[in-house]
Design a binder for this molecule. Structure first.
Ligand code: TRP
Length: 446
């Protein structure tokens, strides 16, 4: 069984705050260490351009967010960690999906509709001031997800509709291009909403969010953290007066960082009338003890942006070779962006070169890597599944090198190279045809 693929993107439009840490970063880093999953974490910088048109801010935010995830323990050699714009296949797939996406579906996207509604309220033209990027946002996001056939996408509630749209576009593509071939191109992703993850209140008691300007940045220096925590709005109950833990943002913040035991003790302290100053001091110490070691690592990382750049580039280049490029090769062929000499209509007259047999590598929805040997329109040989594109490729290399000489059949159309099972002959194909086809390839190579 191939591992479950978990993918999530972080828009690079701001500075990470405690709410991001508790709600997304901390649980994601923990999840990335689970066995049996393949995790994808990326910096959604193309998405950032939709709302941020300040280049320095996009760059700064990308650096800060990358350093934050690394400081919080994401291991770039165990997960795919990359920057969206380093994977140009995302853009190409965006276009393929754009051309199967229903415009009417995009009209109904919440984020776009909210902007239209605002315009209507003030009597403006529906689309005044709305860029087409906002309108296309769900298609770009679908490409992020479908490119890697992600199965699970951890997101906030506001993103559920986007995952549904990704399913819709993926399904349409499968329908239009896959059904005639009896193939599936995309697994359909599911949104994962973690009910246990706390939404943190901000300084003013509303949800901590950049748009409310009530955040506590994750890695402010210790003194500044203390100042911010002391500025949290509370009621005016005096020291000694019992305080309502459940309706206190100080308490909720404390709970997000404390053990069950510590939380119970703090609840008791509230009932016993702890002074706000004292409660805030305890909150500050509790948060700082978790954050301080991460902050130290963050400061080291952010001082060496070239190292972070190298980590991101390395992630993207391995990911492209392993997943994005093979997938796009298959999709390009599926939609008809093809080598003209390999016309499948048979209308084009074959040149000598075009009539050479050919290995085609692809990946099946079971996650495994396959190849087939075709001669013009004729399918000769179908391989068994491989765990990696590399082992499949190596076997092709050996077949090309050794030709048909070492090849033999062993009943039920099975084809072996030495004692390794290569695959199966297509119905009605004789092993001799395969041997001859390989001989042509060997001759061509020589
Ligand atoms: N739109 C997401 C957000 O604002 C970020 C994002 C971009 C994303 N592409 C994604 C999330 C793909 C999950 C999967 O939160």
């Amino acid at each position: 069984m191939s591992p479950t693929r978990i993918l999530t993107g972080i828009t690079t439009s701001g500075t990470p705050h405690l709410g991001n840490y508790v709600g997304a970063i901390r649980p994601a880093v923990a999840a990335s260490r689970t066995a049996g999953v393949e995790s994808f974490y990326f910096l959604a910088d193309y998405h950032a351009l939709i709302k941020v048109q300040d280049p320095a801010r996009v760059q700064r935010s990308t650096l800060e967010i990358a350093a934050t995830w690394l400081a919080c323990g994401l291991e770039p050699d165990k997960v795919w960690f990359y920057r969206q714009s380093d994977v140009p296949e995302v853009q190409e797939l965006t276009w393929f999906l754009t051309c199967v996406a229903g415009k009417g579906i995009l009209n109904r996207a919440h984020a776009y509709k909210a902007s239209v509604d605002k315009n209507r309220e003030v009597g403006e033209d529906d689309d005044a001031g709305i860029n087409a990027g906002l309108f296309m946002y769900p298609v770009l996001m679908a490409a992020d997800i479908l490119l890697f056939n992600a199965n699970k996408v951890p997101v906030g509630r506001d993103q559920i509709q986007h995952i549904e749209m990704a399913r819709d576009f993926g399904q349409r593509f499968n329908h239009v291009y896959g059904e005639p071939l009896g193939e599936t191109f995309f697994d359909l992703p599911e949104a994962v909403i973690d009910e246990n993850v706390a939404t943190l209140p901000g300084l003013d008691g509303r949800k901590m969010s950049k748009s409310y300007d009530n955040t506590i940045p994750l890695f402010v220096p210790r003194d500044a953290l203390k100042k911010l925590i002391y500025s949290i709005v509370t009621d005016s109950r005096a020291p000694g007066e019992a305080k309502d833990a459940d309706n206190s943002n100080v308490f909720q913040l404390y709970q997000a960082f404390a053990s069950a035991q510590e939380t119970a003790a703090m609840r008791q302290a509230f009932a016993d009338g702890i002074a706000w100053g004292e409660a805030k001091q305890a909150l500050f110490e509790r948060i700082d003890s978790e954050i301080a070691p991460l902050r130290a690592r963050y400061e080291e990382l952010i001082a060496r942006p070239a190292d972070i750049e190298a980590v991101l580039r390395d992630g993207a280049s391995r990911l492209r070779a392993r997943h994005a490029q093979p997938t796009l090769a298959r999709l390009r062929a599926a939609v008809g962006l093809r080598d003209l000499s390999q016309s499948s209509t048979g209308a084009a007259k074959k040149s000598t070169k075009a009539s050479l047999p050919l290995f085609k590598q692809y990946r099946e929805s079971d996650g495994r890597f396959y190849f087939k040997l075709v001669d013009g329109d004729r399918l000769l040989l179908q391989s068994i599944g491989h765990d990696s594109a590399r082992t499949a490729g190596q076997l092709i290399g050996r077949l090309k090198q050794e030709g048909g000489t070492a090849l033999h059949g062993a009943g039920a159309a099975a084809v072996h190279l030495g004692d390794e099972l290569v695959g199966h002959l297509h119905e009605g194909v004789d092993l001799v045809e395969v041997v001859e086809a390989l001989a042509q390839l060997v001759a061509e190579d020589a």
